[in-house]
Structure formats: structure tokens, C-alpha cells
Design a protein around this ligand. Structure first.
Ligand code: FES
Length: 94
């Protein structure tokens, strides 16, 4: 199997080749990669791809993985109820 075609972020369909190219272009932390490639912004919230991308960043920067910063957590700034975002079975907002 061609290593470069390995998908790292399944939610956003991003391969290791794209991640390595972005890192080589100067996107050297997770926040930058997130904004450039949308990694970590899929339905899983980065649970799958975050550790893999941190490892790639650590290798590139010559650091232990624990020293590669985690992305910032941004919780909702106001209370949001489930009913405010629910969609009825007919596809209409409730
Ligand atoms: S695998 Fe990257 S956001 Fe889900």
C-alpha cells in the first residue's frame, strides 16, 4: 500500500501526504493545520486524527509528542437547547 494515500482524518478525508505537505509549507501546529485542512473539525472532533497528527508534528519538530500543543477547546458561549437545533422528521426546524 502506498503510504501517502493513507487517510489520517477520516471525517474530512485528509491523507498523510496532504498533512506532510502542509507541515512542510509551514503549518507547524495543530491549530494552523485545522484552519488550513479542516482536520479535527469533523463529527468526531479530532478523536481519531488528533493523536496521529500530533505524532507527525512531533516528528517534524523533533519534540516528544506531549510537547506538541493540543488544540484550544471552545465550548459554546451560550446555553443551547437540543430543541433549538432539532429538526422534525419532515425536515423542518422545530
Ligand atoms: S477524523 Fe479528523 S475530525 Fe474526525
Amino acid at each position: 500500500m502506498n503510504d501517502e494515500k493513507i487517510i489520517i482524518c477520516r471525517c474530512e478525508d485528509i491523507t498523510i501526504e496532504e498533512i506532510r505537505a502542509a507541515i512542510a509549507d509551514g503549518y507547524t501546529d495543530f491549530e494552523e493545520l485545522k484552519r488550513f485542512l479542516r482536520v479535527g473539525m469533523g463529527p468526531c472532533g479530532g478523536r481519531t486524527c488528533l493523536p496521529l497528527i500530533r505524532r507527525e508534528l512531533a516528528i517534524f519538530r523533533g519534540l516528544p509528542v506531549d510537547e506538541v500543543a493540543l488544540p484550544a477547546k471552545r465550548p459554546p458561549t451560550q446555553v443551547t437547547t437540543f430543541s433549538s437545533v432539532a429538526i422534525s422528521s419532515e425536515g423542518e426546524a422545530k
